[in-house]
Design a protein. Sequence first.
Length: 367
Amino acid sequence: MTGMTPDLGALQADLRRLAEIESPSGDREGIERVMDIVEGWARDLGAQVTHLSGGTRTFELGVDGAAPPLLVLTHADTVWPRGTLEQMPLRVDGERLYGPGTYDMKAGIVGLIHALRALELQWPRGGVRVLLSPDEETGSESSRAHIEAAARTSRAALVVEPPVADTHALKTGRKGTGTFTLTLTGIASHAGNKPEEGASAIGAGAEAVLALHALARPEAGTTVSVGLISGGSAVNVIPAHCTLHADLRVSTLAEAERVEAAVLAWRPKDPRVTVEVSGGLNRPPFEEGPATLVLYEQARGVAQTLGFELGRAVVGGGSDGNFTAPLTPTLDGLGAPGDGAHAAHEHVRLDRWPSHVQLLTELLRTF
Ligand SMILES: [Zn+2]
């Protein structure tokens, strides 16, 4: 195997440049500042840059139409609001670099740039197309169509989200995620004088909670949880309104369709209470299929030559890999190792990071 060991000092310096800029989803200015730096790095490599609607950018390296390119997915947004750096400054403690947005996923972006530099302009057949999204953490509303369009014309998608927390394991599947909102409307009346004239939306809501939870099939990977509920106007009024919000996770599209059909068909016992359903699946499941496992086995072989054992796991959280997996072979978790995504102990493992950059370099060279 060729290639130099990545320079940990340079990796850290570039990570600090990105992580010192706060870029929560929706913060256009912060996100554009991060994107401008990444764009500068990409231009230094000769990238053709495109700014798409909604703020997504693509950087193409050696894309010549001779073959479909490799797609690499990245996102510039974080879950951390402005001001977080004051409470959680970037700091190194032993082998760990702590700070908001480091592990998820600014270190993934930096590792990718270093991997691309290490190719020394020898792009793989068909080239590399990097997509940088502004809104992954809030469901990719503006970037989804761009991601899907890119996936349709790429031969594989590599996602530089972090590996499974505190391991060397890649993500070879992710659950699909969705939310349902049920709005129940009954009839208000005096709880003491005319209870029979009322139709309780909260009573129907209680039935709905049990009905929704009964749709879970944990053995098949399906979970349903009503996480928010509100309703009623006063304690002595039969309540006319109740609203429920439920979180849905599924491992297969068939399960999503089963749950969706059951939610739409559900009716309260009291026919005077009406129900309106909105929402559904946001990210489809990224099912662990043979095409992904072929990529994983190749990656595992490369990791062995680099001296580490690459595991794999199917995880509950979604990523933009959920959008590409139905369209092109997808491998996720190729970012920087560490732990604490969306948590106060978010950090990158400095001792393990260079070998993952080397892994990505070799995959970009050989895929
Ligand atoms: Zn992420």
